[in-house]
Design a protein around this ligand. Structure first.
Ligand code: THU
Length: 130
C-alpha cells in the first residue's frame, strides 16, 4: 500500500469512531482524496426510518462534492469488524460518477485489500461523456 492509501486508511479508521449505527452496530469510516489534493472523511449515519441510512463512502464523497470537488482520486474504507467487507453497490455507483478508475482500499480489524472500481463495478452506468 502506498503512503497516501495508508494516510487515507488511518483517517477512515478515525472517522469510523463517529459512526452513528445504533441499529446495525456496524461502524464504517471512509476517506477520499480529491483532485485538489484535499482529503474528506465521513462515517455511516443510520436513521430510525432505516432506508434513510447513509453509507460512510457516499457521505465522504458527497462532502467532497459539496466543497466543489468533482474528481475523486483514491478512497479508503474501514469497517470496525473482524470480517472484511467491500463497499456496497450503491456506493460503487456513486464512486463511478466521480472517478474514472478509482483505487480502493478496504480494511477490517486485521485484513486489508487493495482493489479498483473497474473490478468491483465493471460496465458502470454513466450518462456523462467526460
Ligand atoms: N454501510 C456503509 O457505511 N458502507 C457500505 O458500503 C455498506 C454498509 C453501513 C450502512 C449501515 O449503517 C450499516 O453499514 C449496515 O448496513
Amino acid at each position: 500500500m502506498n503512503d497516501i492509501m495508508k494516510e487515507l486508511l488511518d483517517i477512515a479508521k478515525q472517522a469510523s469512531k463517529n459512526a452513528y449505527a445504533p441499529y446495525s452496530n456496524f461502524k464504517v469510516g471512509a476517506a477520499v482524496r480529491a483532485s485538489s489534493g484535499a482529503i474528506y472523511s465521513a462515517c455511516n449515519v443510520e436513521n430510525s426510518s432505516y432506508s434513510l441510512t447513509l453509507c460512510a463512502e457516499r457521505n465522504a464523497i458527497f462532502q467532497a462534492i459539496s466543497k466543489g470537488e468533482r474528481i475523486i482520486t483514491e478512497i479508503a474504507i474501514y469497517v470496525d469488524s473482524d470480517k472484511l467487507f467491500p463497499p456496497c453497490g450503491a456506493c460503487r455507483q456513486v464512486m463511478a460518477e466521480f472517478a474514472s478508475d478509482l483505487p480502493i482500499v478496504y480494511a477490517s480489524h486485521n485484513e486489508v485489500l487493495e482493489s479498483k472500481l473497474s473490478d468491483l463495478l465493471p460496465q458502470s452506468f454513466l450518462l456523462k461523456n467526460d
